[in-house]
Write a protein that binds this ligand. Sequence first.
Ligand SMILES: Cc1cc2nc3c(=O)[nH]c(=O)nc-3n(C[C@H](O)[C@H](O)[C@H](O)COP(=O)(O)OP(=O)(O)OC[C@H]3O[C@@H](n4cnc5c(N)ncnc54)[C@H](O)[C@@H]3O)c2cc1C
Length: 266
Amino acid sequence: MRDPQVLVVGAGAAGLVTAITLGRLGIQTLVIEKRSTTSPFPRATGISLRSMELIRSWGLEPRVRAGEIDVASTARIGGPLTQDEGFETSLGMPSPAEARKISPTTAVAAPQDHLEPVLLDHLGTYDCVEVRFDTELVSLDLILLMVAVGAFVGALAAIASFPVALQILLAAGSSAAMLALVRPNLIKLLHTGPDLVTGTRKLVGQQGVVTEPLSAHNPGRAKLAGEIWSACPYDESMTIAAGQMVEVFAIRGATAYVHPVGELMP
Ligand SMILES: Cc1cc2nc3c(=O)[nH]c(=O)nc-3n(C[C@H](O)[C@H](O)[C@H](O)COP(=O)(O)OP(=O)(O)OC[C@H]3O[C@@H](n4cnc5c(N)ncnc54)[C@H](O)[C@@H]3O)c2cc1C
């Protein structure tokens, strides 16, 4: 991948989930991981109800559950384990019975060394995401790079058999010059990039068609980017008829505020 829009550093649980979310939005994403594989250690085990709902929506629930451990998500507070006193308490996760009342899934206990390969494998289905192992992000502050240039100048001075004092002076002077003159521009270059517009903000400026008439007091519907949205006229004094082409001026909550294409605002 030559020009990723997003660089994700680290293919741990957070990095992989971030990359899946970006992949689903079609955003060109490069994930780099300094290790050669995902974590070989079980580490985090509890996957919350909300996380499982997301995992389910990605079609991964059966594969995650294949690594499920049969444990209750409760904690015990008490003295030494050899003594009986103490009590069991909730870890804050809904029990399976509680979860079933509000969700199509439940929280799961499955270790990280099972979850991460499942997420990684799923990432392989997104053409817009690439994961590179054995790749470490070293630093973006460029200080060491500037000092390295100074050291290189000092080394050249040594090869040329300049006096030691002059070698030190040249090395220090060129490091300082690189830090003061070159680094600020390079940092500015590294930190500027196109604004990433995601989610519903992407709809602003797009055109669609009204499917149910709209007015300020009677919101209607419009088809935008292939989806039906609740819509209102941006100009509250207008009524917009079905079939009219509209442009999205704003998204507030779950409502698109639209204006007829080609008509000037009053
Ligand atoms: C021994 C142990 C036991 C644990 N047990 C539990 C538990 O029982 N329950 C629980 O909830 N949590 C547990 N945790 C914590 C849990 O593992 C972490 O909260 C979780 O891994 C965090 O996920 P993450 O993706 O944010 O970070 P990580 O899993 O740490 O992933 C970050 C990744 O970024 C990579 N990386 C870092 N810097 C760079 C770089 N410059 N360039 C490229 N790659 C880079 C790392 O190699 C790593 O793979 C445990 C952690 C440890 C260490």
